[in-house]
Design a protein around this ligand. Sequence first.
Ligand code: NAP
Length: 334
Amino acid sequence: MTALNNRRFLLAKRPVGAVTRDDFTFEQVPVEEPADGQVLVKNLYLSLDPAMRGWMNEGKSYIPPVALGEVMRALGVGEVIASKHPDFAVGDYVNGALGVQDYFVGAPKGFYTIDPRLAPLPRYLSALGMTGMTAYFALLDVGAPKAGETVVISGAAGAVGSIAGQIAKIKGCRVVGIAGGQDKCRYLVDELGFDGVIDYKAENVLEGLKRECPKGVDIYFDNVGGDILDAVLSRLNFKARVVICGAISQYNNKQAVKGPANYLSLLVNRARMEGFVVMDHAPQFAAAGQEIAGWLATGRLKSREDVVEGLETFPETLLKLFSGENFGKLVLKP
Ligand SMILES: NC(=O)c1ccc[n+]([C@@H]2O[C@H](COP(=O)([O-])OP(=O)(O)OC[C@H]3O[C@@H](n4cnc5c(N)ncnc54)[C@H](OP(=O)(O)O)[C@@H]3O)[C@@H](O)[C@H]2O)c1
């Protein structure tokens, strides 16, 4: 094999607030040959996730933090170009934790093969990947929707939120999305069939909830936390379910996370609020993937990817998630 060079981002320091380029070392090193039990993968698309910001922090979480000096963790899809692992052959396309770099060399722990003939590769990072699994299990297992119920989703035009909302529609619910800006709100209603929208950048969320949810809220699928969580808590119905999928409004906080002031609404309404981590559902991913693929094939579910080119843009591209500049699943093409 001719000598290959690997551009990669290493975590250089623990960011304070929003990430900056200075939090990383961007370097180029020769690609090593895979050892026994390892594979060499050419990374084709990398998933940029709000969770990456949490992985950079020290402390206990649902997954160990990225160590200083380590390649920044990222899920991705790529092509196996050398293999000394019995389960993977040259030419296989794989999904796994490839890292923010051009090439992955190592043991393919947790990797699985995907078929590029069945869907465009970036879709294996959105509806057919961790994003779709998150929407599916957080809504169906924790939210437990019933036909006719009102479901409110924040971050609704984002990767997870847009899929969760469409699945709630498939289940016969009234679905109200909270998103930032006219374009995203119009997309939710016109393209994805949401029943109502609240543009949190242009209107008061509580007023919007009164207008769009006249019968109250049965399920709140929360991706953003903060003030929006508080507003929705004040509109809960009896036995409502609040799914804590994420809290992106809090990830760059320099102060402590802002907790919900209206939590006693859970007591009054005998409601519950439950945290969710997608990896807990790994044994059921294959079955869920088949159901999602079926909905995609029949047009009942739409998936939108926002692909940005250039590995070197990683720190600035990641910030799009926090400014809302991404429209669909944010994917980096090295
Ligand atoms: N628990 C799990 O296992 C799991 C797995 C995957 C993802 N998640 C969580 O799911 C959520 C969505 O992730 P995603 O990958 O689908 O990202 P995404 O929704 O595609 O992108 C993030 C969106 O969040 C919105 N946002 C950013 N800052 C905000 C703020 N201060 N207030 C309100 N909205 C804000 C922006 O949309 P607007 O333009 O509408 O503001 C932005 O486009 C995140 O909280 C993530 O951590 C959880």
